[in-house]
Ligand binder design. Structure first.
Ligand code: TEU
Length: 653
């Protein structure tokens, strides 16, 4: 809210929720609080509730004391933008939506270590392996691949700890393989986006080695290095991989900050030299033919000045302490704008930010096409049902996803684009989160494919998702590779004293479920390699693999192919608005995209269609779905169908 002199009114504990809601950060924080308490996202806008004062809400929310209130107010008042920025957006909308290849593209994420072991047969995936699968990807209909990091790395976090940005990781190949890969993609009309990990570097990166060992070098200020005694870290922040976010170096008598593992040291983006080095590095890759980047944990790059202690209540809420001081830091917008103007825009490069913790309004600011920051972002709010964290053992409720999509679709305008995804290398397989019943596997995989490829946004498919790969059958911590899972296990073991409980959490949330080797065939090791892979899991490849599915016209893989082709042939799936129909019917999700009607059952029971729908059926012709026959009045478990609207429709509600 603006005062008469144009200044923004300060938000205080006496402010009403609706006033806070008008501030982008305030809006998103209120949503997060709602998610935590399993309220619906729009709880703060309901009649009466919207008029409550902040202090009244906090009085009922036990455990959130004064300190929490102060942190909240500091954060909200520190943002200079307000939701009225939407005006910018709406002005543009009347001119129609700008076209862009990355809105039309279907993007496929490759986790190189687990994709294909090509040339050297060492049980580790590599660039040559990827090259041998380019035709497979082209036939599937993929327009662009995103490669998880392939830079030189000691692999503390499988490449997300970069030792040298200029070199290709030895196990993956060399610069000739890289050139062959870029050419192979471009010859096929496909594009390449690389992972850009610049919130931190490996502790083995030469910048960090100089910083640590040469106190007077210019690199000292490239990181957050603080002198001090061994007993007291500079603040109370936790690493999101478990333990303190500070590592002590005995020999040098200093602490250094790492939000992730203790081999991933946070770069100090407030130092202009850091930004310049990073920008030059990015431009070198763009000159080598890269078409864009996925920017790792990029909303973490701007840390609050003086690195203040984290609020304990927020720490509890997030699972680790300190995040409010860096997840949406004071210079985030400036730094993103600088990257965009110095690197992405001059090269016409695409950018997708990985932005853990950001909500809808903050994401809109970052991706508004008038602000020149990022093209799109990966939001995380749909990945767990309300009130749950990834390591909770529970069944995901798809109505949560519907609610999320309804809200975002309502507020995202033509000047923003959503990134649509269910899986990546940081998450278990989505179908396993929803149901572990093997009878649902194929149905669910096809339902998710339908959602991914027919809603409005840029779809990202994660390797293996296209054949319906499921979670792995790990039997103990000996089967686990991931640095995060190991850290979280130690933490939970300390907290609960129970190996069983700690392992149950790992089994539910481990990133290793998505990092197992790709299942190409029923040959030994799933055709991933001819030698024992770096990460051996179970024998699911015998019943779920690419070769078998290529031969089966009814397979998940062929369903993906058909859907991608349908999307390509019909721009309705790209540029038409999404109109949600019967939004309030639980377990039922249906929407119109231009000349198409999509209808889904979100649960494992048969449900009756809303009364108004069957009447309209005469105007619809089934294109295809995950059941081959049709039932006019009911939807079977996880049923998903795409219809063409053949007659002028008016209302489907
Ligand atoms: O992830 C950032 C991130 O915050 C999370 O997704 C994270 O992996 C996890 O959920 C924390 O609890 C990115 C990468 O995608 C991830 O693989 C890396 O480990 C991480 O950054 C550090 O580079």
């Amino acid at each position: 809210m603006k005062l008469k002199d144009g200044k923004k009114r300060k938000i205080t504990s006496k402010s009403r929720l609706i006033e806070i809601y008008r501030n982008p950060l305030g809006h998103d924080l209120l949503c997060k609080v709602g998610i935590y308490f399993r309220k619906d996202r729009r709880w703060a806008t309901r009649p009466f509730v919207r008029l409550l004062k902040l202090e009244a809400i906090l009085a009922v929310a036990k455990g959130f004391g004064n300190e929490f209130l102060e942190t909240l107010l500091r954060l909200i008042n520190s943002t200079s933008t307000s939701i009225s920025d939407k005006k910018l957006t709406q002005a543009n909308e009347s001119e129609g939506e700008a076209r862009a290849w990355w809105k039309e593209a279907v993007i496929y994420q490759i986790y190189p270590r687990s994709f294909v072991d090509g040339r050297d047969e060492d049980g580790i995936g590599d660039l040559h392996g990827i090259i041998t699968k380019l035709d497979y990807l082209k036939e599937l209909g993929i327009d662009c691949i995103w490669l998880s990091p392939i830079y030189d790395s000691p692999n503390a976090d499988n490449g997300y700890d970069v030792r040298n940005y200029e070199q290709i990781m030895k196990e993956y190949g060399d610069s000739n393989d890289f050139v062959e890969l870029v050419n192979g993609l471009h010859e096929r009309g496909m594009k390449l986006i690389m992972d850009l990990v610049v919130n931190h570097t490996s502790d083995e990166h030469e910048w960090f080695q100089h910083a640590l060992n040469e106190p007077d070098s210019k690199y000292r200020n490239y990181y957050f290095i603080r002198e001090g005694s061994k007993d007291t870290p500079p603040n109370n922040w936790d690493s999101c991989f478990g333990g303190s976010a500070w590592n002590y170096y005995e020999k040098q008598g200093v602490w250094a900050l790492h939000v992730f593992s203790k081999k991933q040291m946070d770069l100090n983006w407030d130092n202009p030299d850091v930004r310049e080095d990073v920008e030059n590095m990015i431009n070198r890759w763009l000159e080598r033919g890269v078409d864009g980047f996925r920017l790792d944990a990029v909303n973490l790059i701007s840390k609050m000045e003086d690195l203040p202690d984290g609020n304990k209540a927020i720490g509890q809420f997030m699972g680790y302490c300190g995040a409010e001081n860096y997840f949406y830091g004071p210079h985030l917008h400036d730094y993103l704008n600088e990257l965009s103007t110095k690197c992405f825009i001059p090269h016409g490069a695409f950018s997708v930010g990985e932005t853990p913790g950001l909500g809808m309004e903050m994401s809109k600011l970052i991706t508004d096409m008038n602000r020149d920051e990022l093209n799109i972002v990966f939001n995380f709010d749909h990945l767990e049902s309300g009130g749950h964290l990834r390591f909770d053992d529970y069944e995901y409720n798809l109505n949560w996803y519907k609610d999320y999509m309804c809200e975002w679709s309502e507020h995202y305008c033509n000047t923003h684009q959503m990134a649509l995804y269910f899986e990546n290398h940081d998450n278990p397989r989505m179908i396993s989160k929803i149901s572990r019943n093997p009878e649902h596997r194929t149905l669910l995989a096809k339902l998710l494919a339908t959602l991914l490829l027919t809603q409005k946004g840029t779809p990202f498919i994660y390797q293996g998702e296209e054949i319906g790969m499921a979670n792995k059958k790990f039997s103990s911590m000996d089967d686990i590779e991931d640095v995060e899972s190991k850290g979280v296990y130690e933490k939970l073991l300390k907290e609960t004293g129970s190996e069983k409980k700690a392992f149950a959490a790992i089994l539910a949330g481990s990133r290793d479920h998505g990092r197992s080797t790709m299942q190409w065939s029923s040959a030994a090791y799933g055709g991933f390699s001819i030698v024992k892979p770096w990460f051996e899991t179970d024998d699911d490849y015998l019943i779920c693999n690419v070769d078998d599915q290529l031969r089966d016209s009814d397979s998940v893989l062929n369903y993906y192919k058909k859907l991608i082709a349908l999307r390509r042939e019909n721009e309705d799936f790209i540029y038409s608005d999404i109109k949600i129909v019967n939004e309030h019917v639980y377990n039922y999700y249906s929407y119109i995209r231009g000349g198409f009607f999509i209808e889904c059952n979100l649960c494992q029971r048969t449900i009756v269609k809303p009364k108004s729908v069957p009447k309209k059926m005469m105007n619809l012709v089934k294109v295809f779905g995950n059941y081959n026959d049709n039932e006019p009045t009911r939807l079977r478990p996880y049923e998903a169908t795409i219809y063409r609207i053949v007659k002028e429709h008016e209302h489907y509600e």
